[in-house]
Ligand binder design. Structure first.
Ligand SMILES: Cc1ncc(COP(=O)(O)O)c(C=O)c1O
Length: 404
């Protein structure tokens, strides 16, 4: 008789977005004429840009002709894309990363969920609290997290690093030593960025303690401040202790097209074992490469026109972020994020819990956001709004909040 991976049974239900959907459905039924403004989920709303669409069309045409048709893509990604990434995302910023250290994939979610496979089953993970849920859940599935306490929302074998107003939402170095450290900057959900100095502390700590940093930089394109690193490899020593994960979703609007990549430097070695070789082996065995047409679209993001078009997309969302942030501040809210990130993290007013504020906002303003508690216990008392809506909707949501 077969048996299942019991670790899956340990996962608590994905309570957050299903609860939001139920509450919104109930509200819509009770208020049929009332429009709802959704500033909850992290999906983009602007269409793909001209250079990307052109690249897609021309790659589709190539696929229709015998001379230019392509079958399986190289598992690690086409050289044209890996070279463009190494040049533009890393070398242009002074980071010593070469194309053979870049592994093209269909997105950062898969990579951030899969990367844990490289590490021993009894590795201890450290995560920020609040956190993007994939890091913990993928380790639950692998049996690394111990038991879940529904009363606290914590797993017994995970090191949680509180991100609070007191530490500026940038985790302090943990007391207990982890093997794997998940960091995400600019951060989802708090919208906070890390400075070079603080990231250098993490790199030093990881090297001193024999830990690996898994650095999720999915929101890198939103960085606007000078002292904020775009890549962990801007920090000396990171090649020996860090893996970086990137996405084309949030900068270029590829949430539906699917493209991302992971950097595993050749200097990252456990004894004489290369993690670069391990990840290459994993890709070769379990992945058959992102589609040619999508990789062509990805490469179009690195031409001059492509870069300009993407800057336009990011500028659009950042205008929303500024508008929402400044508007909320002027109404007396305490607001974080929104400067190097499309997320605005606001403190719920009058001591409301984050779910109470969710209900209050939905019922009185018809605005949907995400309760901070859904991202972890230290998200309690906070609420996430995203700048990924349209400008009109961002303004309309503000007007409604002002009128509360
Ligand atoms: C921190 C973080 N990493 C990764 C992802 C997923 O990116 P992708 O669309 O490339 O899978 C998200 C999506 O919301 C995210 O917030």
């Amino acid at each position: 008789m077969y048996r299942i991976n019991e670790n899956y049974q340990k996962l608590p239900g994905s309570y957050l977005f299903s609860t939001i959907a139920k509450k919104v459905a109930a509200y819509t039924e009770a208020n049929p004429g009332r429009s709802i403004i959704r500033l909850g989920i992290g999906d983009v709303t602007q269409p793909l840009t001209g250079p990307v669409i052109e690249a897609l069309h021309s790659a589709v045409d190539e696929m229709g002709k015998a001379e230019t048709f392509r079958g399986y893509a190289p598992d690690l990604g086409y050289a044209f894309l890996r070279e463009a990434i190494a040049e533009n995302d890393f070398r242009a910023r002074g980071c010593d990363i070469s194309p053979d250290e870049i592994f093209v994939s269909d997105g950062a979610k898969c990579d951030s969920g899969n990367i844990q496979e490289l590490f021993a089953a009894d590795s201890k993970i450290a995560v920020c609290d609040p956190v993007y849920p994939v890091y913990v859940d993928s380790n639950v599935m692998a049996g690394r997290t111990g038991t879940y306490d529904p009363a606290t929302g914590y797993w017994s074998d995970v090191i949680y690093m509180p991100c609070t107003e007191a530490n500026g939402f940038v985790a302090d170095l943990p007391d207990e030593t982890p093997d794997l450290i998940y960091l995400c900057f600019p951060n989802n959900p708090t919208g906070t960025a890390i400075t070079k100095d603080r990231l250098a502390d993490w790199v030093r700590y990881a090297r001193e303690n024999g830990a690996v940093i898994i650095y999720d930089a999915a929101y890198e394109a939103y960085i606007s401040e000078e002292n904020v690193p775009h890549s962990v490899y801007e920090i000396e020593g990171a090649r020996e202790c860090a893996i970086e994960i990137r996405s084309f979703s949030k900068n270029a609007g590829f949430t539906g097209l699917r493209l991302g990549y992971t950097v595993v430097p050749r200097d990252l070695r456990c004894g004489d074992v290369s993690l670069n070789a391990m990840w290459a082996r994993r890709h070769g065995t379990k992945y058959n490469g992102a589609p040619y047409i999508v990789q062509k679209a990805g490469a179009a993001c690195y031409t001059d026109e492509g870069k300009a078009s993407i800057r336009g997309l990011v500028a659009h969302y950042m205008k929303n972020a500024r508008t929402i942030k400044e508007g909320l501040k002027s109404f007396g809210y305490t607001v974080y994020g929104g400067v190097n990130s499309p997320y605005i993290w606001l403190k719920t007013p009058d001591g409301m819990s984050s779910w109470e504020f969710f209900d209050f906002l939905l019922e009185n303003a018809g605005v949907v956001g995400t309760p901070g508690a859904g991202f972890g216990p230290n998200g309690e008392g906070f609420f996430r709004l995203t700048a990924f809506g349209t400008y009109e909707n961002s303004l309309a949501a503000l007007e409604r909040i002002k009128a509360l």
